[in-house]
Structures are given as structure tokens and as C-alpha cells.
Design a protein around this ligand. Structure first.
Ligand code: SF4
Length: 126
């Protein structure tokens, strides 16, 4: 059912297709298609906006518009059918990726970066 709700908006002009926003979306709602990030189905995006902070181009925002209701059932189906629908992100310090370690988004020198939980203490205490 469609109704007015909050959902992620992607500014196509700003998007470079770097893929950094794909991983933070646990629902797998964002994919890179034709070189641009896309919300592939409205029902997969809950509008929580975990992807917003990682975009180096400021291409992501939350808008309110008419969209299909968010569906957990659709998310479970999608994640099951597309277990690798993401680009593994690497820790900017050690280079290990999220398939090996847990990584967290952070900001550094005005840019979005990832840091793994092994390297995080060194950053905190530096
Ligand atoms: S992080 Fe930003 S620039 Fe990169 S693919 Fe996503 S929307 Fe596009």
C-alpha cells in the first residue's frame, strides 16, 4: 500500500557510483546500476538513513513522498535471494574488509571512511 512517508533520496547529479552507501543499508535497498546508486524498491527502504553519513558527495538525503510501505517480509526475501548484494568496505587503516572484520563508518579530513573494530582503539587513543 502506498502512503506518504520518509524514504532515501539519491541525487543522481551528485552520485559518482562509488558504492559506499551500499553496505550501510542492512536491507539491501541500494544497488549500483548504470553507474549510479539506486533505491531498487521502495518497500526495501525504511528511511532510517544509515547510508547518509557515508556519502562523500552529499548525494543522499531523506525526503517525504508517496511510496510503498516498508516491508520486512520483502527485505527477508531480498536478502535471502541476494546474499552478496553489497560491495565489501575496507578499513582505511589495515585494509581488511567487512567480510573479515566488523567495520564502522567514520569521517576523516572531510571524507567518509571505514574503520574496523581492531583499529578503532588506536584511533580513539591516538
Ligand atoms: S555513496 Fe554517494 S556517491 Fe557513492 S554511490 Fe552512494 S550516493 Fe553515490
Amino acid at each position: 500500500m502506498k502512503r506518504n512517508r520518509k524514504i532515501v533520496r539519491i541525487d543522481e547529479e551528485r552520485c559518482t557510483g562509488c558504492g559506499q552507501c551500499v553496505s550501510p543499508c542492512a536491507e539491501g535497498a541500494i544497488e549500483i546500476r548504470d553507474g549510479k546508486a539506486r533505491v531498487i524498491k521502495d518497500e526495501l527502504c525504511d528511511g532510517a538513513g544509515f547510508c547518509l553519513g557515508v556519502c562523500p558527495e552529499g548525494a543522499l538525503s531523506i525526503e517525504e513522498r508517496e511510496a510503498e510501505d516498508f516491508s520486512e517480509e520483502a527485505v527477508h526475501r531480498h536478502v535471502k535471494e541476494n546474499p552478496r548484494a553489497y560491495i565489501p568496505q575496507q578499513c582505511h587503516r589495515c585494509g581488511r574488509d567487512e567480510d573479515e572484520v566488523t567495520v564502522l563508518p567514520c569521517r576523516r579530513d572531510g571524507e567518509s571512511a571505514w574503520v574496523c573494530t581492531h583499529c578503532l582503539p588506536a584511533l580513539i587513543h591516538a
